[in-house]
Design a protein around this ligand. Sequence first.
Ligand code: S3P
Length: 171
Amino acid sequence: MKSNVVLIGFMGTGKTTVGKILADKLGKEFLEMDKIIEKKANKSIPEIFSEDGEIKFRELEMEVAKELSGKKDSVIAAGGGVVLNKLNIDYLKRTAEIILLKATPKDIYDRISLDGKEKRPLLNNEDPMGEIKKLLEFRKPFYEMATNTSVSTHNKTLRKITEEIITIITF
Ligand code: S3P
């Protein structure tokens, strides 16, 4: 078994919340790609998008994916767009089991509304639900190409979700 676990999935599918609990249960370190990117850039994700643009953000994301492939015993919450660049997944797969978290557009909308949509530059517009559906449709093949292991988070407790992930990675 590879010693890292990477949680991928669309924004609001629960990567961070689930990742923290999973790391705790597995006795591994929890790491969040977005937080590492923010530290590197010395600014928030919305600031990187508005001041430097999405391309700069994707460059930083790729650097971080490469660096994280050198880690051991970590649970890593990836950013929702990590799958758009196959190199990111190739790096992460070297040392990690990749698990895709899934949720319905409504789940995603509700969770993002709770967090505040200004935290997600890609959904910070007039029609976040329309944007969620459009982006989900576009990204579906990218998520499916990245891994064939997925867990739905719809209507499930955190305990159930983490148990399902542990069953998958220990088999
Ligand atoms: C993005 C998802 C975000 C963050 C950035 C871009 C995406 O992370 O990396 O806003 O392209 O889906 P979360 O999935 O943690 O919200």
